[in-house]
Write a protein that binds this ligand. Sequence first.
Ligand code: CP
Length: 313
Amino acid sequence: MRQSQLSTDHLLGIKYITKEDIELIFKTAESFKEVINRPIKKVPSLRDITIANLFFENSTRTKMSFELAEKRLSADVINFSSSSSSVKKGETLLDTVNNILSMKVDMIVMRHPAQGAPFFLSKHVDANIINAGDGTHEHPTQALLDSFSMVEKLGNLRGKKILIVGDIKHSRVALSNIFCLQKLGAQVMVCGPPTLIPKMIHLLGVKVEYDLQKALQWCDVANLLRIQLERQDIKYIPSLREYALYYGVNKKLLDSLDKEIIVMHPGPINRGVEITSDAADSDHSIILQQVENGVAIRMAVLYLLAGRREPEV
Ligand code: CP
């Protein structure tokens, strides 16, 4: 029998949810994708729910996508950005959140530079917590929207070959994608400069390839990641120019393969570094479909987590 509820009250990472949870989120997102393509894009599902978006790190896509998803579900929404808050005056994370919760907030979407910050919150507050990216740990809704976009293109991911290229060492998108893709039965390969591939990554069951041409020839889908200079305390690559030379994807390289592959990128793109404009804007690319699917996936996650809340008396 198909599962009708998530197995968890929080979305802290893909590691902590099941394949059945992922399939339920995808099924629900399909319905919401249909809703957001109607002339009236709003449903009343979360009209009694208040959601706080707490962003302690910069974001364009994730923040706007969550906010739009919340509004499409008719939730009340409040936004918090650490750069303009009392965090600057020394307030702790727990004090900040408890103050926000005393305003009767039901769900928290949080991005934070510290790994485990959403997990910490989930142990101390009575609200559903959704991780919108915690340090170099996980970015679960990005992985869900990435896999959902791949399923739309490929049917299902069992046995499909998915390549992740770039700064694997500092990427929460890479880790969440690896967990999600493997739960859905895909084979995963990572590729990048040896300094940006964790030494023990093979223990997660992924293949490692340092030659981009060979890696692209192997895969059905290539998900290209940005070099995360803001998380690098030492120099891992000689220069961005050299990175682009060895690990940048361009249209000529894609055309030289003896098959068609799908190209993805979670954003933000550094055009001319991990991907050139002629590849990012080509027919191979589904980058903007990923962004569109992000709203439907986040609506599904919010809706399903709200369904686990006890009704208020
Ligand atoms: N993909 C992603 O997380 O982008 P933002 O940092 O703009 O949210």
